[in-house]
Design a protein around this ligand. Structure first.
Ligand code: PDD
Length: 287
């Protein structure tokens, strides 16, 4: 069965799904996106993803492509058409089609596309042994809170990490603090046992997985801090992990080649992954 995409009002086989070459997303990366995990038939944290989509659109003054209710209908229909159980639902809106001009076009209609692909979740070995990250300068702009499709610095970082044999890049700001990964949020358990992740703000994308982990942590009375942490603190951490819609909670056992703690996933990370997955399975299955 071919994968089905949604393109500006139509559901089409992926191979026939096309956009105009003067779409501002194509020419300027003038758009925003979301990735929502479908986990065992459950669309995880759909509402927070839609909230963040609305926020990104608002911050860039892009008109919503449709009402929130219509958007949900379109996304649910796409999930139904594709009949997948574990997948990533991708959708993006751009400022529309217009002759190339940096200024916002008058009267352009927001373009909207959505696709799905089966997810490639972390392997059992990655979950049991952890993955490695390498640090590198964060060369992104000052509005990383917007989920913009303009991702070149993220791509360069991820590619550099892959070339170094690492799973992810951890990005370091001018004050030597870790902001986040190229497509994941960054967490540590410090040498004195505190769970820490960078505070939400313009320096990071406020991950939906991050937000969910924070809620789970709070509801269990686990103390944690939202603040920047230095590369040095990370190098001396007991535990480290990343969070994202595609990896959930994934242990990190090497930073720049050096083992984190004892070089094995730690108890806090393991517990958080477990409670995240348990909570995910409590999400109702999409009808
Ligand atoms: N990446 N930070 C960045 C820069 C990201 O791109 C992402 C998500 C995250 C984690 O956010 P969330 O928990 O909402 O997935 C953090 C997505 C999955 C992507 O670009 O494919």
């Amino acid at each position: 069965m071919p994968r089905i995409a949604y393109v500006n009002g139509r559901y089409l086989p992926l191979a026939q799904a096309q956009v105009h070459i003067e779409d501002r997303g194509y020419q300027f990366a003038d758009g925003v996106y979301e990735v929502v995990p479908l986990y065992r038939g459950r669309l995880l944290d759909e509402e927070p993803h839609l909230d963040r989509f609305a926020y990104s659109l608002r911050e860039l003054e892009i008109a919503p492509p449709m009402s929130r209710a219509a958007l949900k209908l379109v996304l649910h229909e796409l999930v139904r058409c594709n009949a997948m159980s574990d997948a990533l639902l991708y959708f993006q809106a751009t400022r529309g089609v217009a002759p190339r001009d940096h200024k916002f076009p008058a009267g352009a209609k927001t373009a909207f596309v959505a696709t799905m692909r089966r997810s490639r979740p972390p392997s059992a070995a990655q979950i049991e042994q952890g993955v490695s990250v390498v640090t590198m300068p964060d060369i992104r702009w000052e509005r990383c809170d917007i989920k913009s499709i303009s991702l070149l610095p993220n791509l360069l970082a991820k590619q550099k990490a892959a070339a170094a044999g690492a799973f992810e890049a951890w990005l370091v700001d001018d004050d030597d603090r870790i902001t986040e990964g190229s497509s994941t949020n960054a967490w540590i358990v410090t040498s004195d046992g505190k769970l820490v992740t960078h505070d939400a703000g313009a320096a990071i994308l406020n991950g939906i997985t991050r937000q969910r982990v924070i809620k789970l942590v709070e509801s269990r009375g686990i103390t944690f801090e939202q603040r920047a942490f230095s590369r040095d603190e990370a190098m001396h951490a007991r535990e480290a992990f990343l969070s994202s819609s595609s990896s959930f909670v994934l242990p990190i056992t090497r930073i720049d080649g050096k083992p984190v703690g004892e070089g094995r996933p730690g108890p806090v990370t393991r517990q958080l992954r477990e409670i995240y997955v348990t909570a995910a399975l409590e999400t109702p299955i999409l009808a």
